[in-house]
Design a protein around this ligand. Structure first.
Ligand code: ADP
Ligand code: MG
Length: 313
């Protein structure tokens, strides 16, 4: 049964790349990295009821499991190539696996990602994906490169997924546009690669803007001032909640998978993103002293809680 399921996954999601010398089916995969590049590697686990709502559509789970990982590669400025998938589920459910693999493959094919191996076991539903990508040697985007005076930028809009999460148990009020942002995040892969020359530091916003920007500041030995009026908020979000709530979602809500980066010049950022299919908004500045502050007309309105932490009391 396990092998039937693996075969279902292989037929739907293996993909085809010439740098996969040996894919699914042996004890390990054999892969051929391109010369002159570093391998960027990341892994993320999604647990039902924690990282995706109970009874999510299986195709959405497959998409999101890959998306959150591609988002990490995007934040490194890497070009995705290979993935491994560890799938734990309560029953050997072929319908679930087919739909899951289709959702995974839908995103994988957009980025030419080959699924080269994995593991399939029984237990409470959880999914781990490990991804590999390439970056020209020495050119990866890291968290520790922010410089005092840099602008702080974010792609797209923030807070949509957090608002959808709030409305999970109120379907009569929920917005399908926001729910799509929660279930089918779009990793900013092209943006990350386009920013390799102009950005000084980069992170993807998975736990909440303030929490994630604080990681950049800590790694860089700096602080940041964010201007609350400049936070990019979607029309869908503002149709659902008032502007104060929208800002709170944008600052502390997780699951956005936008990129937050720092750079010294607006012009360089606009040039870099001209063909990346996504805009970025300058929301503040890197300062000499930490921590991260949020300012509204010069007043400090920094919320106490910065974002999502898994081991909060
Ligand atoms: P082993 O016992 O040697 O670890 P498995 O029986 O677990 O091998 O897996 C057989 C093959 O199928 C291996 O190549 C493995 O990488 C692949 N595989 C198993 N589960 C998955 C999965 N969920 N997704 C992709 N490949 C998988
Ligand atoms: Mg195994």
């Amino acid at each position: 049964m396990e092998f039937d399921l693996i075969d279902l996954i292989r037929r739907r999601a293996a993909g085809a790349r010439t740098d996969v010398a040996l894919g699914i089916g042996d004890d390990g995969a054999l892969l051929v990295p391109p010369p002159g590049h570093e391998l960027a590697v990341a892994i993320d686990t999604l647990v039902e009821g924690v990282h995706f709502p109970v009874a999510s559509a299986p195709a959405d789970i497959g998409w999101k499991a890959l998306a959150v990982n591609l988002s990490d590669l995007a934040a490194m400025g890497a070009t995705p190539a290979w993935a491994l998938l560890s799938l734990t589920m309560p029953e050997p459910d072929a319908d679930f696996v087919q739909a899951f693999a289709d959702g995974f493959a839908q995103l994988a094919s957009q980025h030419d990602v080959a699924l080269v191996g994995g593991d399939t076991t029984g237990g409470p539903l959880s999914v781990s994906v490990c991804v590999h990508g390439f970056v020209p040697r020495g050119q990866a985007l890291r968290r520790d490169g922010a410089r005092v005076g840099d602008g702080v930028y974010v792609t797209g809009t923030l807070g949509d997924a957090a608002a959808a999460l709030r409305d999970l148990d109120a379907p009569e009020r929920a917005s399908s546009v926001l729910r799509q942002r929660l279930d089918r995040p779009v990793p900013r892969v092209a943006v990350g690669q386009a920013l390799r020359e102009s950005a000084h530091a980069c992170i993807d916003v998975s736990d909440g803007l303030l929490a994630d920007l604080a990681h950049v500041c800590r790694a860089s030995g700096a602080g940041a001032d964010i201007d609350a009026d400049r936070l990019p908020l979607s029309e869908a979000l503002l149709a659902q909640v008032d502007v104060d709530a929208a800002r709170r979602f944008a600052l502390t809500g997780g699951d956005d998978y936008e990129l937050c980066f720092t750079a010294s010049s607006d012009a360089a950022v606009s040039r870099a993103l001209a063909h990346a299919g996504c805009t970025a908004t300058r929301i503040g500045e890197i300062t000499a002293d930490g921590p991260v502050r949020v300012l509204e007309h010069g007043h400090d309105i920094t919320p106490e809680r910065h974002g999502w932490e898994h081991f909060d009391a």
